[in-house]
Design a protein. Structure first.
Length: 365
């Protein structure tokens, strides 16, 4: 009964928190602190994600040493294991514990054998924070090493909270803005070895890396950078990797700026095959941000198609021809979008989608 009452209080508190307008990482941080009051935890980890790729864009971590990050990244992208975030983000099951996924035999999991148990950790409860098909964040709760794992009641609590947290993370994209203060000139470049250690870094990259550090501040590289590098490795090794798995994310820095981070294998004259991983960091352009904003506004798939063509400057007739629908149907979709975005014309729609996130409104978190 005590657990039930504590869980109910936590549930109500977290639902209110999810709809309070917090920045994404701040929401995850506060949510995990409150969740810990009802669910005993040894450690936790969570991250915001780019809904297009489900790759991590900013993490919140407690109780997990930095040395474990490369191990977890390799397990997520290179191993075949249960409850991997990429599977929860795209599959029918969004919340599941390790012990339940292995039918009480966690030793069959490489993550348990090679990472968790040596760290003194046992069961873990993972969740993909999804709204429809879009995954806006992920989290993982860790228990100490013990035969007793997370209960069905605890899993049900997180399952019920996940959609609210996802809505909060999605709303954070719309509430955020990009600071127009001067930034480092040009794109930044990092060269990484296959173990994610830094080989070289430009001054511009150093400035950007310092701005996108995770919470709390850690000496390791931001986990978004490690994630795109690990994703690239998986694509190189797995010819059947999903077509939408790209080593690329759009992410917001602590100063409120939006960056695009992407990885590729360094090539060219004098570079040995299988050489270093090049990670590029650059300011996100308005058209790169538009699909993210469209997803955040909860437009239907057809409305997103219409909006994309509007952003490309297409007329109503051209949109109708491209989508093989009537001009009247196009106008109906436009009217629905105007209502959702609170605008009255195409011009205001374009300004909202391309310009609203490029004026300073929020102080750094």
């Amino acid at each position: 009964m005590a657990l039930h009452q504590s869980a109910e209080r936590t549930r109500r508190d977290l639902i209110r928190l999810s709809h309070s307008g917090l920045e994404g990482r701040a929401l995850l941080r506060e949510a995990l602190v409150r969740l810990r009051r009802a669910v005993p935890l040894e450690a936790f980890w969570a991250a915001t994600t780019d809904p297009a790729t489900a790759l991590f864009t900013g993490s919140v971590v407690q109780g997990i040493p930095e040395a474990a990050t490369p191990l977890f990244m390799a397990n997520e992208f290179l191993d075949d294991d249960v409850n991997q975030f990429r599977r929860l983000a795209r599959g029918p099951v969004t919340v599941h514990s390790l012990y339940a996924a292995t039918d009480g035999a966690p030793v069959v999991s490489p993550r348990y054998r090679d990472i968790l148990a040596p760290m003194g950790l046992g069961d873990e409860l993972r969740a993909a924070l999804r709204v429809g098909e879009g995954c806006w964040g992920v989290l993982c709760l860790h228990r100490e090493l013990s035969p007793t794992g997370f209960s069905e009641e605890e899993e049900a609590l997180l399952h019920g909270l996940a959609p609210h947290l996802a809505e909060g993370l999605r709303a954070a994209v719309l509430l955020g803005s990009v600071d127009t203060a001067p930034v480092a000139a040009g794109p930044g470049l990092l060269l990484l070895a296959d173990d994610f250690s830094v080989v070289a870094m430009t001054a511009a990259a150093q400035a950007m890396v310092e701005e996108i550090a995770d919470w709390p501040l850690r000496r390791e590289l931001p986990q978004a950078i490690t994630a795109v590098a690990a994703c690239l490795q998986r694509l190189e090794r797995d010819a059947e990797a999903p077509y939408d798995l790209l080593p690329r994310v759009r992410m917001q820095t602590r100063a409120g700026r939006w960056l695009v981070v992407h990885a590729s294998r360094l090539a060219g004259s004098g570079v040995e095959p299988g050489g270093q991983i090049a990670v590029i960091l650059e300011a996100a352009q308005p058209l790169e941000m538009a699909p993210l904003v469209l997803a955040a506004y909860a437009l239907t798939p057809r409305e997103r198609e219409v909006a994309t063509l509007v952003l490309a400057g297409r007329s109503t007739a051209a949109i109708a021809a491209t989508l093989v629908i009537s001009p009247l149907t196009v106008q109906q979709h436009l009217k629905a979008m105007f209502e959702k975005l609170g605008v009255r014309s195409r011009r205001e729609l374009v300004a909202r989608l391309l310009g609203a996130h490029y004026s300073p409104q929020r102080a750094p978190v």
